[in-house]
Design a protein around this ligand. Structure first.
Ligand code: CUK
Ligand code: CUA
Ligand code: CA
Length: 637
């Protein structure tokens, strides 16, 4: 066990849960313990080093060659998304979402401020779960959605331009965490969990968190309008979620069924639960007027608490051990798999039995559980290869365990079968893992990325703050093979991957793109043709400057404003050449933005001080790029 793992065990021991206690806490049969102890082949350091050094090796993407998969990484509390190439694990670009991005001017330009709305005042985020939209269970290349736990938001990224185009703040909620998409018939809803229990109304008068008026909500956001379509009140809190392949059910894990306010309290129950949401039943309840609204929000809020659902039949609570975390749908649509975290097990829930559960035909909620394999210590998240195998991260054991789902189901039915296929050491303490196309019906079992939380000795030391370690594992054969370590800055939780043919980004902007349509409208009001006009319009103390850019010059090379003016600069890049982006930066003014080919970008600011201020292009665009500049003259008032 690594020192970090030891440290974790100590923490758990202090909280009353020893390593042995874990195993003792569940009714583990001897056979299951034996299966766990078996482990599997671990590729030696020498073998994988040799595999990586071999230029013919599968992961080597040579100069000029393209990766076979797009990877979309959460940028953690950098509040962004990172686009990676897999298997090279090269970071290709970053997409700012909730954060300030000086390179593109995201957070500064008027176009990005319209996207950010009110949330623009924060410019922080905490991204965990990036997910790609689907049609008929397959990635359709339209959108990527991601949560912001820090400010309770969900953002949408348009994959054709790889930019954030809508953000919604979820009302009546604190900390939007788990997020997954409806897969079938298409991504109509973005499902997401508000994690923390808060009082309603949260007015500072009513602060008792154990009262009936304190709860959290499950949310469905309309993927097109990006408005919250409905919320469901639940018992306990909510962690991760997923959706099935019929379009009917979503499920979320709850680790705090105790509604406790401290660590010890939230580990009191041997079992917490998975809440299953019946989407058609929720939609019907809303149609029948069986909902309330909370506070100022107009979002319909449906009752989903056990004791209160009445005839709306919106939810079911399936007991699972213990502080469960990950919730993952298998790509064949058969199972929701909840990772036990404080139990060494995963719970396999059969989707085929959910209709019967909701129809009241089962005696017990646990009757939908068709397997509960013992896998190792600290199971957090599960991913799939499309060949019937599951891969679960074991946080405390610092391993990924490969296991066969149907064999685990047979074991649960009493058959003596060893469902554990292999255990592979990872470095160190893995959170999510993610196999290629695993969240779609096309899971192809080629690559597995393991997002290890600690990197310790895997990279050159960089001071007390370490990066994380994203490890690439070849899962195309019978045996998992670790082939690459890659540092990641604080702190992705999750990633998602699609085949490169499934993502079809534009090479240059469309002049009619909605991203800057509002800016075009404002220019039209000023009688400006953005593609040809270079003009300065004074309107009281508001000055609007319109210009084009074409390598290596701006349409206006000098303009004058007065101290105290509010200045808006709108630039249209009339170059039509792929990869020919210009920048616009005014020195000592905090003004910077990018203007891609055929894009219009604008920025509004109040100049600071008086005098001559040079502006220049900060994207290398031409041999005379250094000469692409001009001057703003600020006259004293
Ligand atoms: S959570 Cu971080 S490792 Cu936010 Cu998906 Cu499990
Ligand atoms: Cu335009 Cu550099
Ligand atoms: Ca608990």
């Amino acid at each position: 066990m690594s020192d970090k793992a030891k440290g974790n065990t100590e923490v758990l021991e202090k909280s009353g849960l020893s390593r042995r206690g874990f195993l003792g806490a569940t009714a583990a049969t001897g056979a299951a313990v034996a299966a766990t102890a078996l482990g599997g082949a671990v590729m030696s350091r020498e073998t994988w080093a040799a595999a990586v050094k071999n230029p013919q090796s599968k992961i080597h993407v040579g100069p000029g060659e393209l990766d076979t998969y797009y990877g979309f990484w959460s940028g953690g509390h950098q509040g962004e998304v990172r686009v990676m190439g897999v298997p090279s694990m090269r970071e290709i670009i970053r997409i700012p979402v909730f954060n300030l991005d000086p390179a593109t001017g995201y957070g500064l330009t008027n176009e990005s401020k319209r996207v950010l709305g009110d949330g623009g005042k924060w410019m922080i985020g905490d991204c965990h779960h990036p997910h790609l939209s689907l049609t008929d269970g397959k990635h359709d290349g339209k959108y990527l959605f991601i949560n912001d736990k820090a400010c309770s938001r969900v953002a949408r990224i348009r994959l054709d331009i790889m930019m954030t185009d809508k953000i919604v703040t979820v009302p009546n909620a604190q900390a939007v965490h788990g997020l997954r998409l409806q897969k079938v018939p298409y991504t109509k809803y973005v499902f997401c969990n508000a994690e923390f229990i808060i009082p309603h109304p949260n007015d500072g008068l009513n602060i008792a968190l154990d009262s009936e008026d304190s709860f959290t909500v499950f949310n469905a956001i309309d993927a097109e309008s990006m408005e919250v379509a409905f919320q469901v009140i639940v018992d306990g809190n909510l962690d991760n979620c997923d959706a099935d392949y019929t379009g009917k059910y979503a499920a979320s894990t709850c680790y705090n069924s105790e509604k406790a306010l401290d660590l010890g309290g939230s580990m009191r129950n041997e079992r917490d639960w998975v809440v299953v949401f019946n989407i058609p039943a929720i939609e019907k309840a809303i149609k029948d007027g069986k909902f309330v609204t909370l506070g100022d929000s107009k979002v319909p809020v449906v009752e989903g608490r056990k004791a209160k659902i009445g005839d709306t039949n919106t939810t079911r609570y399936i007991p699972v051990p213990k502080n469960p975390h990950g919730c993952n749908m298998s790509p064949d649509g058969k199972y929701f798999i909840a990772a036990g975290k404080l139990s060494p097990t995963c719970t396999i829930i059969s989707t085929a039995l959910l209709d019967e559960l909701f129809a009241g035909k089962l005696k017990d909620e646990r009757d939908v559980v068709v397997g509960e394999p013992e896998l190792g210590l600290g199971p957090l998240h599960t991913t799939f290869d499309g060949r019937g195998n599951a891969y679960t991260t074991l946080f405390i054991d610092s391993q990924v365990v490969k296991w066969n789902i149907d064999e685990a189901v047979r074991f649960y039915n009493g058959e003596k079968v060893n469902y554990i296929k292999q255990k592979l050491d990872v470095h160190y303490q893995p959170g999510h893992n993610h196999a290629t196309l695993t969240e779609s019906s096309e899971a192809d079992g080629q690559w597995l990325v393991v997002l290890s939380k600690f990197s310790k000795d895997r990279f050159l030391p960089v001071g007390p703050l370490h990066p994380e370690n994203d490890q690439l594992i070849d899962i195309s054969g019978d045996e998992m093979k670790l082939v690459h370590d890659g540092p990641a800055y604080a702190e992705p939780h999750d990633c998602t991957m699609a085949r490169r043919d499934q993502i079809r980004p534009k090479k240059i902007w469309d002049r009619n793109d909605p991203y800057f349509a509002e800016t075009v409208k404002l220019a039209e009001k000023d009688g400006i043709n953005l593609e040809t006009d270079n003009r300065i319009i004074r309107d009281g103390n508001k000055v609007r400057i319109y210009m084009v850019s074409m390598a290596p010059s701006y349409g206006i090379n000098e303009f004058t404003v007065k101290q105290g003016d509010e200045v808006t600069i709108t630039i249209t890049n009339i170059d039509k050449i792929e990869d020919l982006t210009h920048g616009f930066c005014i020195v000592n003014q905090g003004v910077t933005m990018a203007i891609g080919p055929q894009q219009t970008s604008s920025i509004t600011f109040k100049p600071e001080g008086v005098g001559v201020f040079w502006y220049y292009c900060n994207f290398f665009c031409h041999a005379l790029h250094m000469e692409m500049n001009g001057r703003m003259i600020v006259e004293p008032a």
